[in-house]
Design a protein around this ligand. Structure first.
Ligand code: GRF
Length: 189
C-alpha cells in the first residue's frame, strides 16, 4: 500500500502508522507526509522515520481548491494510492476527493455521526454523554461524514477534562488507524 499522509499537528497518528508498518502489522509504506503548519510536530516525526515530507502552507494558496490541487500533484508524483488524513485541520474539496476517489480516509475524535467538526472532544463532554471514542471513515465533501470503516469506544470518567479525554481517545486512535487502513485498503483474501 502506498500511503500519503496529511497532518497539521503533532503527528502522533502518523507515528502510529509508521510504527505499524515497521513492526509488520501494516503492509505498506508512507511515500510522503504533507503538512500545512511550519511548526507541526509531524515534520520531526517524519524525519525520524526517514519519510519524505513536504510543507504546503495553506496561507500560500488563493483557495482551498488550489491547495488541494497541489496536494494531488505531490501525492501523484510520490506514487500515492491511499490518502490518510491524520489530523488534517483543513476542509478538503472535491479536487482531492475526486482525484483519490474512495481512497481518502479521515480520523475523528468522536463516535460519528455524533459531534462533527472542531472541538469534538469538548462537544462530547458538554453533552454529558458517558462514552465517546474515535472514528475512521472515508472522507466526503461534507466535513466528518462518509462511510465508517472502524470505531473504538472509550469511557468518559467523572473528572475528565478535554485533555484527559482526548488522551484516552488518542490511545485508541493509534491502535485503530493502522487496523482501519488495512481493513479499507487491503482486499480480503
Ligand atoms: C486526532 O485526535 C484526530 O482525531 C484529530 O486530530 C488529532 C491529531 O492528532 N482529527 P495527531 O496530530 O495525530 O497527534
Amino acid at each position: 500500500l502506498s500511503l500519503g499522509v496529511m497532518a497539521s499537528g503533532s503527528g502522533s497518528n502518523f507515528e502510529a502508522i509508521a510504527r505499524a508498518i515497521k513492526e509488520g502489522n501494516l503492509n505498506g509504506a508512507v511515500k510522503l507526509v504533507i503538512y500545512n503548519n511550519p511548526d507541526a510536530g509531524v515534520k520531526q516525526r517524519a524525519m525520524n522515520h526517514g519519510v519524505p515530507h513536504r510543507l504546503l502552507n495553506h496561507r500560500d494558496y488563493a483557495s482551498r481548491e488550489a491547495l488541494d490541487q497541489d496536494i494531488v500533484e505531490h501525492f501523484r508524483q510520490a506514487g500515492v494510492e491511499w490518502v490518510i488524513m491524520a489530523g488534517w485541520m483543513r476542509i478538503v474539496t472535491p479536487v482531492l476527493l475526486d482525484a483519490f476517489s474512495r481512497r481518502v480516509l479521515n480520523i475523528h475524535p468522536s463516535l460519528l455521526p455524533s459531534f462533527r467538526g472542531v472541538r469534538a472532544v469538548e462537544q462530547a463532554l458538554a453533552a454529558g454523554v458517558k462514552v465517546s471514542g474515535c472514528t475512521v471513515h472515508y472522507a466526503e465533501a461534507t466535513v466528518d461524514s462518509g462511510p465508517i470503516v472502524a470505531q473504538a469506544v472509550v469511557p468518559i470518567l467523572p473528572h475528565d477534562t478535554g485533555e484527559t479525554l482526548h488522551q484516552r481517545i488518542q490511545v485508541q486512535e493509534h491502535r485503530l488507524f493502522p487496523l482501519a487502513i488495512a481493513l479499507a485498503a487491503q482486499p480480503s483474501p
